[in-house]
Design a protein around this ligand. Structure first.
Ligand code: MN
Length: 197
């Protein structure tokens, strides 16, 4: 895996985002992170630690806890593991310019299967059908990512699995808008970045 696409898009002398030098991997369980990103369009970046990088999708509407919702998830470039706790402001003129906060994070478990047998996440990604169990603060339980087509650039759908954590009445994207790491809103993240100069 390479960070070349990630690095090529960014000027680290201008953006406070991590360069991804050191790896924080190797914990017992891999992590997921969902970053709320107020760029040209507000979206939620859904990232899963797989084989030493954060595999990433941009979800315009954010994740749902209702299994009937199919949320569009556009694949984006791999991000370094140390991006998982990044909150801040990407300056004007830079790739992804706008505010970022950590909307949810925690460990996850790969529960992908093929023909009833467990398969590795990398294989599930290649097949275009990946299932995970999240242990977040806002989101819990199973989610499935399904690629719509065989083309590697095809969009995916993010769908809540039917389990105990499924709840059509919840809408955490609107009722729990702030950071799970710092408790800050996007506006507070922006104000702090301004104070830092
Ligand atoms: Mn983004």
């Amino acid at each position: 895996m390479t960070m070349s696409r990630y690095r090529a898009k960014r000027d680290f002398s201008r953006s406070p985002e991590p360069e991804g030098g050191q790896s924080k991997g190797g914990a017992d369980r891999p992590i997921f992170v969902i970053q709320k990103h107020d760029a040209s369009n507000l979206h939620y970046d859904f990232r899963l630690e797989i084989d030493g990088v954060l595999k990433s999708w941009a979800v315009p509407k954010g994740p749902s806890t209702d299994p009937r919702d199919k949320r569009l998830a556009a694949p984006t470039e791999d991000h370094p593991l140390d991006y998982a706790d990044f909150e801040g402001v990407i300056p004007e003129g830079e790739y992804g310019a706008g505010k970022v906060l950590v909307w949810d994070t925690g460990p996850y478990e790969n529960i992908s299967e093929k023909d009833g047998e467990p398969i590795e996440p990398a294989q599930a990604l290649e097949r275009g059908h990946l299932s995970v169990r999240l242990f977040g603060k806002k989101l819990e339980g199973g989610y499935t990512l399904v690629r719509m087509g065989d083309d590697g650039d095809a969009d995916w759908l993010l769908i809540k699995m039917r389990d105990d954590a499924a709840d059509a009445r919840r809408n955490p994207v609107s009722t729990e808008p702030d950071s799970v790491l710092s408790g800050r809103s996007l506006e507070e993240v922006a104000a702090a970045a301004e104070d830092d100069g």
